[in-house]
Design a protein around this ligand. Structure first.
Ligand SMILES: [Zn+2]
Length: 288
């Protein structure tokens, strides 16, 4: 699933490609992908794209006022695990089953929300720009994980009797981190995934705060290696996530992992859990 660095680079490249472009028409071949009810997609025809940005893990496409007091519009997109938002030089065949939302640009290009796999989970929601901040998916977000919130704010967020692994992925607490980057952040901070936030010492909270810089470093990496078009599969600069069995890039000890039903967390037993290898205590262990 694209997380903060991946969605940010996507938004930057889309912004560079589409800012000022005029929309010819828009349609949603994957009807379930369209959540908007208040504003129909047809309202985009003739509008200019004002920009593309990111909120948490969600891209937002902004459309200019169409005159007659109609007001600017925002398209909030949730990519879920397999969605991609990309510009194509040519229009998609309507038989492309991956297409969820198509925004046709007057110059012949097309902004396409596609989703790989059979499940339709990615969605988009068109709304007046003035309503975006109050939308439940936006209003409930915690502060952005990058740039990192102030140390005291992060300290308040983690001061909860919850394990760090789910806590840091909870978008209502801090926005932008998912299953991949949580492993990297915790490894950078040398903190175990199942440590409880409220058990952290002040210096550990400081390490966690500093570790959020990996998100910015990933973005720097993408700026260097990604051209005008973001590929389907990004070259994620992950050091530990899904590298179970490989040596820790810092200390050389073999990385270990805990597997859940749909995801796993990788960590360095020497540096993050005081030498302990965490047990798979979940049902998933029985199903493997
Ligand atoms: Zn290590």
């Amino acid at each position: 699933m694209p997380e903060l660095p991946e969605v940010e680079i996507t938004a930057r490249r889309l912004d560079a490609a589409l800012r000022g472009a005029e929309v010819e028409s828009a349609l949603a071949p994957g009807m379930v992908a369209l959540k908007s009810v208040a504003v129909p997609l047809g309202a985009l025809a003739g509008r200019r794209i004002e920009g593309v940005r990111r909120i948490g893990k969600m891209p937002v496409v902004e459309f200019a006022d169409a005159g007659e007091g109609s007001g600017p519009l925002s398209l909030l997109v949730h990519l879920m695990s397999a969605g991609r938002l990309q510009v194509f030089e040519k229009r998609a065949s309507l038989r492309d089953r991956a297409s969820r939302v198509l925004i046709r640009i007057a110059d012949g290009r097309e902004l396409r929300l596609r989703e790989f796999g059979t499940r339709q989970r990615a969605w988009a929601k068109l709304m007046p720009a003035a309503d975006l901040a109050g939308d439940e998916m936006v209003a409930t977000l915690g502060p952005e994980a990058w740039p990192a919130p102030p140390l005291d704010e992060l300290a308040r967020i983690v001061d909860a009797p919850r394990q760090l692994h789910p806590l840091l992925r909870d978008q209502r607490e801090i926005a932008g981190i998912g299953r991949s980057w949580v492993d990297e952040v915790l490894w950078e901070a040398r903190l175990g995934p199942f440590r409880k936030g409220s058990d952290l010492e002040p210096d550990e909270v400081e390490r966690l705060h500093s570790a959020l810089a990996v998100l910015g470093a990933a973005l720097d990496h993408y700026e260097e290696v990604i051209g005008a078009t973001v590929p389907d599969k990004l070259p994620m600069p992950l050091k530990v996530h899904r590298r179970e069995g490989e040596p820790c890039p810092r200390c050389g000890v073999t990385l270990a992992a805990v597997h859940f039903a749909e995801h796993s967390t990788t960590y360095c037993p020497a540096e993050q859990t005081g030498g302990r290898v965490l047990k798979d205590r979940r049902l998933s262990r029985l199903l493997k």
